[in-house]
Design a protein around this ligand. Sequence first.
Ligand code: FES
Length: 86
Amino acid sequence: MIRRAAEITFQFDGDEFTAFDGETISAALLRSGQKNIRSAPTGAPRGMFCGMGVCQECVVEVDGKKTEACRKKVKAGLIVRKATYV
Ligand code: FES
């Protein structure tokens, strides 16, 4: 039997999302259908690609610092913003 961790909530660009405790930011956003998590300098939408911290396509801002959403675990109440350029 697989047991899920507790469900928590966090914010992404002002909207509330749910995640399972211990899940990465990108996993929680993708599961909710949010694929656009960063903007390229041209304004083009960007999102998760490699899923292992290599490509930088998933960079978001957490507490004003840029971080890879595919490597950062989500916490209850976390405030995440779309990064505009990396
Ligand atoms: S998806 Fe490539 S670094 Fe996160």
